[in-house]
Design a protein around this ligand. Sequence first.
Ligand SMILES: Cc1cc2nc3c(=O)[nH]c(=O)nc-3n(C[C@H](O)[C@H](O)[C@H](O)COP(=O)(O)O)c2cc1C
Length: 174
Amino acid sequence: MKRVLVVYYSRSGYTEFVAKRIAAACHADLERIEDPRKREGVFQYLRSALEALLGWRPAIAPGRRRPANYDLVIIGTPVWFWNVASPVRTWLQRHHTALSQVAVFCTFGGSGHAKVLDDLEGLCGHRALARLALTEGAVDQYQLDPPLHTFLLELKRWQPTPAPLPQPERQATA
Ligand SMILES: Cc1cc2nc3c(=O)[nH]c(=O)nc-3n(C[C@H](O)[C@H](O)[C@H](O)COP(=O)(O)O)c2cc1C
């Protein structure tokens, strides 16, 4: 059986919610990118926006999973100021050479998602098997969302036996 890893960063819970759904559907391992610094409040919001805009790579905690052990790595990020969230940039800089097949997804408020998915592919150094962008609103009603099903179907073509889409409650921490 092919091994799949879903790796993501999430500040307020949306990307985490989607990551968990994808991981459950693909029988994948899950790795949250841990940012040692808190990002709550206005000042931290601005710092996050600036880091993303300038392409900075903040320190992140060492991960538990080795991406080289996986056949497919699915990478998820929130959109920050039309850019990949900076902790995800750090993770990709650290691990991009270990990646073979990738899929990418993002959650966002209203704009910048297509550029972010392009940027993720560029940072991975690979074209993605599948791409997904979900607004916060779509995350809240995810089980009705056609793009999520399309994304999972595209992965199913590559990996024959994803489980049915589970339907738990979202627990955002925003
Ligand atoms: C610093 C910062 C910058 C953001 N910039 C954008 C943006 O450029 N475009 C957009 O659509 N949403 C933007 N957002 C909204 C997030 O992309 C959106 O809320 C996302 O779903 C949050 O995911 P999370 O809950 O996993 O952190 C921004 C949020 C933050 C915190």
